[in-house]
Design a binder for this molecule. Structure first.
Ligand code: IMP
Ligand code: MG
Length: 177
C-alpha cells in the first residue's frame, strides 16, 4: 500500500492489526505494573490523540486523562526545542501519571514533560509510547512501555502527521527513500 502526502511518498509500515495487538499488550502491561487505581494519562497533543483514546478503551473506566500541547517538530525534523502548554498540576496530586506519546524520537519532548511533572505530589511517573526510535533517543529517562521499536524512519498515520496531514490514517506509513 502506497500513499502520497504533499510532496512525499509513503509506504505501509505497521498495519492496523499490528497496532491493535500492541494496544492489547500495552494495556495489560500497564495493568500489571501500575494497575488502574488513581491512574491519569497525559495525552501529548496533537500526535497522541488516537493512541491515547484507543489505549483508554482497553482500561477500566476510572482511568483519567489530561491533555498537554507539545511542539518540537517542523515538517520532517526536530527544531531542537520544545514548547509545552500549561499543565494543571493540581489534578495530578496523588495520582500515578503516565505520559502517553505517539513517538519518542530525540526524547526532547518527553524529557521536558517529565521534568515538569516530576514533583513530590505525583505518586509515580512513567512513559508509554506507541513508537520508540532508540537510535535517535538522547534522553535520560526510561521509556517504560513501548509499542514498537523502530529505526529512524519518518512515519505518518494513526495520529502522526506530515505538515498536519495523515493523522487520520488507520495504519502507520514510512517515508519512501
Ligand atoms: P522528540 O521530542 O524528538 O522525541 O519528538 C517527539 C515529537 O516529534 C513527537 O511527539 C511527534 O510529534 C514528532 N515526531 C517525531 N518523529 C516523528 C515522525 O516520524 N513522524 C511524525 N512526527 C514525528
Ligand atoms: Mg507532530
Amino acid at each position: 500500500m502506497e500513499l502520497r502526502i504533499l510532496d512525499k511518498e509513503f509506504e505501509l509500515f505497521i498495519s492496523e492489526n499490528d497496532i491493535n495487538y500492541a494496544l492489547d499488550r500495552l494495556a495489560l502491561e500497564i495493568l500489571e505494573k501500575i494497575g488502574s487505581d488513581k491512574l491519569t494519562f497525559i495525552c501529548v497533543l496533537k500526535g497522541s490523540f488516537m493512541f491515547c483514546a484507543d489505549l483508554m478503551k482497553r482500561l477500566p473506566a476510572q482511568v483519567c486523562v489530561e491533555f498537554v500541547f507539545a511542539k518540537s517538530y517542523e515538517g520532517l525534523r526536530s527544531t531542537g526545542n520544545v514548547r509545552l502548554s500549561r499543565i494543571h498540576k493540581k489534578t495530578l496530586q496523588g495520582r500515578h501519571v503516565i505520559i502517553v506519546e505517539d513517538v519518542v524520537d530525540s526524547g526532547l519532548t518527553v524529557n521536558a514533560l517529565a521534568k515538569e511533572l516530576d514533583t513530590p505530589d505525583v505518586t509515580s511517573l512513567s512513559v508509554c509510547t506507541l513508537l520508540f526510535k532508540p537510535n535517535a533517543y538522547r534522553g535520560k529517562i526510561k521509556i517504560d512501555f513501548v509499542g514498537f521499536e523502530i529505526p529512524n524512519y519518518f512515519v505518518v498515520g494513526y495520529g502522526l502527521d506530515y505538515y498536519g496531514e495523515g493523522r487520520g490514517l488507520r495504519s502507520i506509513y514510512k517515508i519512501k527513500t
